[in-house]
Write a protein that binds this ligand. Structure first.
Ligand code: DMJ
Length: 639
């Protein structure tokens, strides 16, 4: 705002006759002014101009690097040369190539059919680097497996000073064992995941230590909550991948630097799933009460969010001041956000014997259960914190803003020992709603997909976020829900894989639109604005569930392809991985300069679990993963 006394105006000076715009007039006038200056003034101006020129030349490469995604590479024989970041991503070490087991069933289905047809599709199958990689893999063939680093993995199971036993609030959950995986047929793939984690961690450690997110291209960081988000999100991944040194460093940071007594606004959902969830699962895996204490601290600080007229929580909390508020522009909260914090707060109550956390989140579920405005069990995307009613009625999606509502219905039922039938009923009904309203087939390859509904109008739009669904369906079937859930899971898994395989980089965009008209050339269209990939986990997550339950190796091979493509197109040579803007341009995928915390918290963890042959490594009969891939125990049946 301007102060009242200030006036903005444009001053125009008319020079009467003569063309003041003419070059000659300007040249003469400048020269006259120059001559009028003293010698000292002239020297000063000349010196400043020279200085600016020198600075400009010196900083030019750094500036252009930032804007063009280039990085300076020093080669011994060539001096400094500029290379695009993405081609400069580190190549896979040859030994990390997949060693195919003799019974391997390679990727098949619509993608292969597309290749054979040779239609006018704009997917350049022949020139596709993924296809080339596949060919190379085939040639490498069925070589015997060689364990490269077997001896390096230690089965050290010690937890920090046996503190779990000394804890005030004793919990009888055994710390997860660290096993030697070197004998496993997938050992090289596991090592590739560990390498990827180390590379991501290297960037984070060097340029963003203790900050929320790494910006790997500019070698800097971004702050969201100012709470070391990536570090906390990654704690249990490091434990599971047996990266003990990295884990210990991070733990020291948690114990000495992490403080929640900060005047910052945090998003209730994001900090619950990433921070509270990450701390609780790390406590369970390690038995170290440091993490439980921190979990209790953040959980308590988030509680003011529930002080609303309706008891539907606000989206934001100031964890230092203990105040909460909705976003500035509305008093609505997002349905997925208020219904996907339950696993964490319920577990916090169980561990602390303080019932307030669970009471708050259970009340939300009970309210949502009874609400009007659902369609066949499908929920709208917004809920008002004053009235407690759904708003923006008539729009239904399994993507952004609704996705994890469905996931948490099932997972809470599993967590609580399968007793809370309301949750199960809502889940089953919602799935019927999906089948009736949102499930369709694409053309030409009949891929089953989940679209969206807006006031009765179907849209064939599917977010990558929806790819959590195959995994959730499979998990339900594993826990005794109808077998057709598993059939649907397999079909949707194929679709999610195709969302990667049909792209030129082999990486899925954020959103696709499926073709439904007969005679379409290809199944998937991607709008210009939707071509980004944020290193999201959902497809890898589902591949993990599908492999665990079916043991069909194709799911691992699909995951392996995806990991290689992350390495090819998103790995930044100086450390870290970056989200990209364009999955359709393998020449220049256009780095976005951000590594999301869930890449370490979820994506890499699910890759590792997908390739691990140890069904006891986070058994799905003992653990349930929160929506940020943090495993929490399934409660013993007595509770
Ligand atoms: C994560 O924070 C969680 O998986 C959430 O449920 C959805 N968004 C991201 C990952 O895509």
């Amino acid at each position: 705002m301007h102060s009242p006394s200030r006036k903005d105006f444009v001053s125009l000076t008319f020079t009467g006759s003569g063309n003041y715009n003419s070059k000659q007039w300007r040249r003469q006038s400048c020269w006259r002014k120059w001559k009028q200056l003293s010698r000292l003034q002239r020297n000063l101006i000349l010196f400043t101009v020279a200085l600016m020129l020198v600075c400009g030349i010196a900083t030019y490469p750094a500036v252009t690097e930032h804007f063009r995604g280039l990085t300076v590479v020093v080669k011994e024989d060539e001096g400094h040369v500029l290379k695009p970041v993405i081609p400069e991503v580190l190549p896979e070490p040859p030994s990390a190539k997949p060693k195919r087991a003799p019974h391997k069933r390679g990727p098949h289905g619509p993608q292969n059919r597309l290749q054979k047809k040779g239609t006018g599709s704009d997917i350049q199958v022949e020139e596709n680097p993924i296809q080339d990689a596949k060919k190379a893999d085939k040639e490498e063939g069925e070589k015997p497996l060689v364990n490269r680093r077997g001896a390096l993995i230690e089965a050290d199971q010690a937890t920090e000073g046996g503190t779990a036993k000394e804890a005030e609030n004793k919990v009888d959950v055994p710390a997860v064992e660290q096993k030697d995986h070197s004998h496993e047929p997938e050992f090289d793939r596991l090592e590739a995941v560990r390498d990827a984690f180390r590379h991501a961690w290297k960037g984070y450690k060097e340029f963003a230590w203790g900050q929320d997110e790494l910006r790997p291209i500019s070698k800097s960081y971004g702050e969201w909550f100012g709470l070391g988000l990536t570090l906390i999100d990654a704690l249990d991944t490091m434990w599971i991948l047996n990266l003990r040194e990295e884990f210990e460093e991070a733990k020291t940071w948690v114990s000495t630097e992490l403080s929640f007594n900060k005047n910052v606004d945090v998003n209730l959902f994001e900090s619950t799933i990433r921070i509270l969830g990450g701390l609780l699962s790390t406590y369970h895996l390690t038995g170290d009460t440091l993490f439980l204490d921190k979990a209790k601290d953040i959980g308590t600080r988030l509680m003011p969010a529930f002080n609303t007229p309706s008891k539907i929580p606000y989206s934001d909390v100031n964890i230092g001041k203990g105040t909460a508020h909705p976003p500035r522009w509305t008093s609505d909260s997002t349905v997925a956000e208020v219904t996907s914090i339950q696993l964490e707060f319920r577990e916090l109550s169980r561990l602390t014997q303080d019932t307030r956390y669970r009471a708050a989140v259970d009340e939300v579920m009970q309210k949502v259960h009874k609400l009007e405005g659902k369609q066949d069990g499908l929920v709208p995307m917004f809920i008002n914190t004053n009235s407690g009613q759904f708003t923006h009625l008539g729009v239904f999606t399994l993507g952004a803003r609704a996705d994890s509502y469905y996931e948490y219905l099932l997972k809470q039922w599993i967590q609580g020992g399968q007793k809370e039938t309301e949750l199960l009923d809502d889940y089953l009904q919602a799935l019927e709603g999906v089948k009736k309203n949102l499930l369709k087939k694409s053309s030409p390859n009949s891929l089953t997909f989940v679209g969206e509904l807006s006031h009765g109008q179907f849209s064939p739009k599917m977010d990558h976020l929806v790819c959590f669904l195959p995994g959730t369906l499979a998990l339900g079937a594993h826990h005794g829900l109808p077998a057709d859930h598993m059939e649907l899971a397999k079909q949707l898994m194929e679709t999610c894989y195709q969302m990667y395989a049909q792209m030129e980089t082999g990486l899925s965009p954020e959103i696709v639109h499926f073709n439904m008209h007969e005679g379409s050339i290809r199944d998937v269209d991607v709008k210009l604005a939707d071509r980004h990939n944020l290193l999201r986990p959902e497809t890898v997550e589902s591949l993990f569930y599908l492999y665990r339950f079916t043991k069909d190796r194709k799911y691992r091979d699909w995951g392996w392809e995806i990991l290689q493509n992350f390495n090819k197109y998103t790995k930044v040579s100086t450390g870290g991985y970056t989200s990209i803007n364009n999955v359709r341009d393998p020449e220049y995928p256009s780095p976005r300069d951000k590594m999301e915390s869930f890449f370490l918290g979820e994506t890499l963890k699910y890759f590792y679990l997908l390739f691990s042959d140890d069904p006891e490594l986070l058994s799905l009969d003992k653990y349930v993963f929160n929506t940020e891939a943090h495993p929490l125990p399934i409660w013993p049946s007595a509770e």
